[in-house]
Design a protein around this ligand. Structure first.
Ligand code: BMA
Length: 344
């Protein structure tokens, strides 16, 4: 039983491997380790799909379901549905998710990438990046994973990395996002916006900016849906370093205030995971660890982090709630722009 309480359902069948059994390399002393059988999804996983990465999974009806960024062989990314008994071996649908609009007519974005999957009350929401006269946030909902109804884009272009909170806060849906440009965006802070109905969005607040630490000094972006805990919202996000040889994406950790998540309580100055293994360092885009989801069990405090690796594979890493919260707190460095309410 952990000291810090996780406020979410128990998931006793979640994937897990003890640190002692995992193959852990480490420049990092963070309490996080990779699954020894990584990557869990290799190349050419579906006919016509060259790579799956940056994908999100969730417990569903005693097993697991997920939305996967599938880069087709023509180079255009779309979202594919996958199912799994153990959240490690995945079976994918051969066709991309057939969205419909609110009138039931087919809707297929020009492209769709980096999906997140979040349950709020009895509905599952998929949030991704799609074209809206430039890179913007797409959104859809489902209750049965058969009908996927597109909701209108929440924000103007350009924006990416939208992550919904798993419950309403003070009666409103809350969405993290990262305003951007329509290219490879050499800047970026995380903001939060709220909505009573997923149609009208406002009360935009700055959550946290790129850090002075070099691993996150170019830009940051929300990662997995925040995990509700007795210490606040535990957020795994990505931080980017702009080196002379390209961007390097690492995983960072922060804890946001439970009632007002624009306030950062703790933010770890060290990365938690950075590209070190072959599948993170070598691929379509080298040196990328890009978290998009966690599966976590309230009874044990175990957390499995799903991350895209080198824009080519999906990797799995594990941590425990008490240890990761302690590590983030012990190594926390927050700035005035982190701790303020985020309105100007
Ligand atoms: C970002 C996004 C991610 C990708 C990353 C590294 O801008 O497009 O999908 O993983 O770049 O290429």
């Amino acid at each position: 039983m952990s000291k810090v309480k996780m406020i979410s359902p128990a998931v006793p069948n979640m994937p897990w491997q003890d640190r002692a059994d995992a193959k852990t390399t480490g420049v990092s002393d963070a309490p996080i380790w990779r699954y020894s059988e990584n990557p869990i999804i290799g190349r050419n996983p579906v006919k016509g799909v060259a790579r799956i990465f940056n994908s999100a999974v969730i417990p569903y009806e005693g097993a697991f379901i997920g939305v996967f960024r599938g880069e087709q062989t023509n180079g255009i990314p779309y979202i594919y549905l996958g199912r799994s008994q153990d959240a490690i071996c995945w079976d994918f649908e051969s066709e991309k998710i057939p969205f419909v609009d609110e009138e039931g007519k087919p809707f297929m974005p020009m492209y769709a990438y980096d999906p997140r999957l979040v349950r709020v009350e009895d509905t599952y929401y998929i949030i991704w990046c799609q074209d809206f006269y430039g890179a913007a946030i797409g959104m859809a909902k489902t209750t049965d994973f058969k009908t996927f109804t597109r909701i209108e884009n929440p924000f103007l272009p350009f924006n990416r990395n939208a992550v919904l909170f798993p419950r309403k806060i003070n009666g409103n849906f809350m969405l993290l996002s990262r305003p951007s440009d329509s290219g490879h965006t050499p800047f970026g802070d995380v903001f939060v916006s709220e909505s009573p109905d997923l149609v009208f969005w406002g009360k935009h607040r700055h959550v946290m900016g790129k850090g002075s630490e070099w691993w996150q000094s170019l830009k940051i972006g929300g990662g997995a849906a925040p995990i509700e805990t007795s210490e606040g919202w535990l957020l795994f996000y990505h931080g980017v370093s702009g080196t002379c040889n390209g961007y390097v994406y690492s995983i960072g950790g922060a804890i946001l205030d439970i009632d007002n998540p624009s306030i950062v309580k703790y933010r770890c100055e060290n990365f938690l995971l950075t590209p070190e293994e072959w599948y993170e360092e070598r691929g379509f885009v080298p040196n990328v660890c890009f978290p998009c989801a966690t599966i976590h069990d309230a009874d044990t405090g175990r957390i499995a982090i799903y991350y895209g690796a080198a824009d080519s594979y999906v990797g799995l890493a594990f941590t425990e709630l008490d240890a990761i919260v302690d590590y983030i707190r012990e190594n926390s460095k927050v700035t005035a722009s982190d701790t303020e309410i985020g309105i100007r």
